[in-house]
Design a protein around this ligand. Sequence first.
Ligand SMILES: C[S@@+](CC[C@H](N)C(=O)[O-])C[C@H]1O[C@@H](n2cnc3c(N)ncnc32)[C@H](O)[C@@H]1O
Length: 457
Amino acid sequence: MKEPAGGRQLEFFQRDREGNLRDRKNFEFGDPAFSSNKKLPIHRWVPWVAGFSQSFVQSGLERHLSDRGTVLDPFAGVGTTLLEANLAGHDALGFEINPYAAFASRTKLLAYKANPDEVRRATKEFLEFQASALQKGIEPKTSAPAGFRTRGVFYSPKVMKKVLLVRDFITRVKNKRIADLFQISFASTMITYSNYSYEPSLGRKSSVGRPDVEDFAVAREIARKLDEMTSDIVWARRILADYRPRPSGKVINQSFFDSYRTIQSGSIDLLITSPPYLNNYHYNRNTRPHLYWLNFVKSPEDMHALEHQNFGKFWQTVRELKKVELNPLIKNREIIKTISTLRKKNPDRAIYGGNGWANYAATYFNDCLRFVKGARWALRRRGTALVVIGNSILQGVPIPTDRFLGAIAESVGLELIDIHIPRATRVGNSIIQSDVRVSKAGKKQKLYEAVVELRKR
Ligand SMILES: C[S@@+](CC[C@H](N)C(=O)[O-])C[C@H]1O[C@@H](n2cnc3c(N)ncnc32)[C@H](O)[C@@H]1O
């Protein structure tokens, strides 16, 4: 198969993972679960509990973009959509409110600009620096972030010293691009050598029966990560070199709900995203170590601001409010009825009962409305949006979030083309799986994930 000169021949070919070109014949959606990204170049850099898979995005791009276009991800996470769009020769734009996730996406998208030889050199210097500091008993100059508090000890003393020496080294790296790669290699490994783990929410290793990490070869782990990253950079440079001009990649660390100022109406050809699910998974709390250690937040007040901008806010943020009403523009009877059923559940349980969860669900669907309005604004005529979303069970009440989102989208004039269900079950989070919510829903209720396909008329 002949290599194309640039993105213009995309209507006939797509690249596979090895960078080879192949025919676009098979248009089935890939499984949206992130786990399959763990071995793929660049995607594997930053683990993200609620990410989605490269193959899903790739199939969406193949199916909906025949020419070079602009792809939007309003809830970019660690940038799966944006990176895949660039690798396939499309321009990419993302919004992400979590500063760590936005930083990770941006670093991944721009990594091809780093010189692999310089990264290798810096990695070698880093290993030498660490070894010599430890051998000579040099005390670290930097300290742990003052505002970062945890119930248990986050790093055992020996590990802490090594981590601070990592910080010392990074502050000395003058080349910003290389310093960013070091920050990612640290951030993506920092939980491994801490006394915490994801289950999938962040908690103490000891509470799931695992021992604390007394000591760890921190520098070796980071260097291993950097080696992996360097070989991925070489790979990406090879792929992106074919595109003239290079596809652009931009990540805006802002709420998508404020995007009207940034996006020109009708400028987006394809939207591929996965907003937060109605499962109260707490992206901000779960990235607290990264946010503090990389200096993105300094105090609980900074965290608070982030929580209030999050899609659907969080149950913790709205549970004490008297009654959050659905936006009157949401007229779908099933949505209204579901919220009202939920509100009446377990009144004896005060903020843990139905009213708190109904407040959360109402806030969530109000934000679905803001989201689809933004999508309608951004998309060009006949442009498609693919939205991966999971259903929910709150207080035993099943909530078909996919269908509800579809109905809300139709109410703002988008066309609901289809709801695809690529896989029937998914891993819920600890809150959703807790007794109160799942067991009462009965055996037939399953958690699933759907792709809601929308089109601008
Ligand atoms: C399900 S994750 C997306 C994961 C992404 N598909 C990936 O593969 O990395 C949802 C993301 O939406 C972000 N988010 C939540 N509210 C937002 C808002 N109002 N504007 C922009 N991003 C938001 C969260 O921080 C989270 O990273």
